[in-house]
Structure formats: C-alpha cells, structure tokens
Design a protein around this ligand. Sequence first.
Ligand SMILES: Cc1cc2nc3c(=O)[nH]c(=O)nc-3n(C[C@H](O)[C@H](O)[C@H](O)COP(=O)(O)OP(=O)(O)OC[C@H]3O[C@@H](n4cnc5c(N)ncnc54)[C@H](O)[C@@H]3O)c2cc1C
Length: 436
Amino acid sequence: MSEPHVVIVGGGFAGLGVMQKLTDVPVKITLIDQNNYHTFQPLLYQLATNELDANQVGFPMREMMHRQDNALFHQARVTDIDLDKKAVLLENMEPIVYDYLVVGLGAVVNFYGTKGAEDYAYPLYTMRDALLLKAHINRVLEAVDKNPALIDEGALNFCVVGGGPTGVETAGALSELLHAVADKDYPNLPINEQAQVILFEAGPKLLGPFKPKLQKYAKKALEKLDVTVRLEEGVSEITPTSITLRSGEVVKTHTLVWGAGVQAHPLAKSLGVEQVRGGRIPVELDLSLNGRPEVFVVGDIALITDAKTKKPLPQLGSVAQQAGRHVGKNIERLVGGKPTEPFEYLDKGTMAAIGRGAAVVQMPGHGSMTGHAAWLAWLGVHVALLAGGEEKSSTIVDWGWNILTQKRGKRIMLTDEDFEAAIKTSEKRESTQGNE
Ligand SMILES: Cc1cc2nc3c(=O)[nH]c(=O)nc-3n(C[C@H](O)[C@H](O)[C@H](O)COP(=O)(O)OP(=O)(O)OC[C@H]3O[C@@H](n4cnc5c(N)ncnc54)[C@H](O)[C@@H]3O)c2cc1C
C-alpha cells in the first residue's frame, strides 16, 4: 500500500511546523505556497526600515526542504479546497488530491472598510508590503530632497495606525531611521527638526494584551524616540497626502503604515463552516476540522482553543509553530492507527521591541522585563526562530554592525523602470521558451 499523502497549504510558521514534525514519518508530503520563500513576519518592519535585507527575512522553501526526503514543494496559488473530493485546487496547475490536508494559509490585512486604505495605506504583513513601504519611504525622502516645499505638504510626517506590537515596533524603527540615519543622508534637510512619526491607536492604551506597567513603559520609550503617541484616535479616511481622524481632524502625511489588524485568509470560506472572530475557523481540540478528521486547520487562519485553559489562543508565530508541530504529531498518530491528542500551548512569553535597547517582555505567570534585558531577550528569541544557520549569522552580524555604528546599509533601490524592464525580460524569455 502506498504511503498516505499529506498536503500542506501555506508554508508559514504553522505549515513548516507540520512538515518538520513529519520528517521521519512514512508519509508523502506536498507543501504548497504562493511564494518560493517562507516569510519571517516578525521582522518585516526591519526590512521596511532598512535594518535587514529581504534574504534575512525570507528563506527559500526549496532550500529548507533539502533534508526533508519525504516532501515536495510547489510554488502555486491555492484557489479553492474541495473537501468532498479531497482536492486542493490550484492556479495554473492540476488539482492535488490528499489523504490528509493541513490548511495554514494565515491571515490577511483588515482595513475595516476604512475609506482610501486599500489604495493609499501601507500594510506590513507580507514581504511585498515591506519592500513597497521601504521603497516609498526612500522615494518620499528623495522627493523632499528635490523639492523641500513638500515638507509643508506633510511629506515628513510618517503616520502609523495601530498600537499593537506591529505598530509600536514600526513607529520606533521609523523614528530611529529618520533621526539616526536619514538626518545624515540628507544633511540639507531639516529632518531632526521637522520629520515626525505619529502613532495613532483607537483604544486608550498601547500593546493591549500586555500588563499596564509594560504599556506605560512602551509609551514612554516611544516618546523618548520622538514618536508622538496619540491614543483614542482612530483613522477614518486616507488620501495620498492626508489622513482624517475620527474626530474630523486632518493630518497632512504622505505615509500611513497600517498595523491595525488582520482577518483570516479569504479561503477560510471554502471550508464551509461558520467563521468567528475575524473570519477564523474554529477547530476541535486536536486541531482538526469539525466532522473532517482528515483535515487540520492551524495558525492565524484558525481559532484554536487551548485544551488546558479552554481559552482561545492569540494569532502569534509561537502558537502557529507549536500547533503545527502538534498537527504533525497527530497525523503520525493517525497513520500509526492511534487516536489524536488535544493541543496544549506552552506559553513562553510575549514581547515587543520598541527600539535599540528598549523592549517589553511579558513572561508566563506574573514576570515581566523592560529595557536592555528585555531587548536582549527579544534579540535572542528572534535569532533562535530564524530559519537557516546562514541567515542567523548574517542577521546577527548586520544587527551588531547597525548597533555599533548606528548605520544601516540596505538603502540601494532599483527604480520602477529597472523593475519593469526585469519583469518584461523574464516574461519574454518565458514566452519564447513556451514556443520552442
Ligand atoms: C508585522 C508582524 C509582526 C509580528 N510579530 C510577531 C512576534 O514578534 N511574535 C510572534 O509570535 N508573532 C508575531 N507575528 C504573528 C506571526 O507572524 C503570525 O502569527 C504567524 O506568521 C502565523 O503563521 P501562519 O503559518 O498561520 O501564517 P503565515 O506565516 O502568514 O503563513 C501563511 C502562508 O500561506 C501562504 N499563502 C497565503 N495564501 C496562499 C494561497 N492562496 N496559495 C498558496 N499559499 C498561500 C503565504 O504565502 C504564507 O507563506 C507578527 C505578525 C506580523 C504581520
């Protein structure tokens, strides 16, 4: 009898966790992702602010699978899932039939219907988002260099929406970029005097799920970095050169970074169950889909309830990774004729970095850390989570270099024309090959 076919859709923390746990299990695995790389989302803001490079935040899927003899990878976009036919439907590729399916497609940005957000906000959830934001920041600074009158039009006002970890980390890093790097890159511009980063949060506090002590620390640390924190201020409209707050106030800006929320991946609908809390799929305690023991849903797309506490778990990389490994273990059990086991999350703490030498860490139980110790813990955890040895060492070297020198080295930008020419050449080559 042939080995059972496990199809994993989504090569994020969850999908990779499943695959790695199944390394030595007698199954045939097919991993599918629309990108040929895994994205390390927690460091996207460092890519956008020139601190790290794309190849330190993304890791080639195929390379990660060199030691995974029982798995194949396809770079393909999933368009639908047919649970009755046990098939995954793909763009430009034949459907793939499974014995076990793992859905780990993650989440997508949620603009909550904010007017103009789709067109003019800069979300920060994918590699593409981070690269677009990075290019935009560089373009704005170059435009101001050529035409300083743009300063009066708000070009040096960099706005961030969302006081969660993404917004807090991005606001801090943006301010450091402006005041430690851009001020030297553009000595002719009044960056230190006039550039400002403004963080808007609709609620009364930053870092909602953290302890009040850590929330206060985060606000103070941001203010020390010259970030203006505006609490209880929601954004209701975005245009290319301004944002309108819910109070009616208009703020001139050419940059609005959106870190205000996510919703489950739209393909969650194809699973045909009632979606809850931002479109997430509620799963059984063993992480399978209700009534479909051969289908598992993990990571940000799922609403996972901790079997121990009976509480829903947050959309975090650590939850996705542990849940993914648990699904791998459960598939191994099913293949071996054993029953599945419920998932219990091991909370190792949550953290957010606010700038160099400033971070907050909320440990399980009552413990917490701030300042340098917390920042070192943040650094250690993120280095440990990075995928390959090569990436780990180059990231450590780059971080170390940036910290020692207060410099950032990733500011080379291709122009739009360069990108267009590269895409056209590649398309031409593909069509020529197709005709041969
Ligand atoms: C800016 C940011 C900062 C964060 N910081 C932290 C942090 O510090 N600590 C922490 O624990 N968590 C953090 N998180 C959360 C963490 O990154 C997520 O919880 C985690 O990535 C979820 O993993 P996942 O596998 O469910 O989804 P993802 O990692 O999003 O993976 C989903 C995969 O599915 C693929 N995919 C999507 N659609 C398709 C399709 N149609 N066809 C094929 N493939 C598809 C995607 O390309 C992607 O590779 C952060 C998130 C963001 C956005």
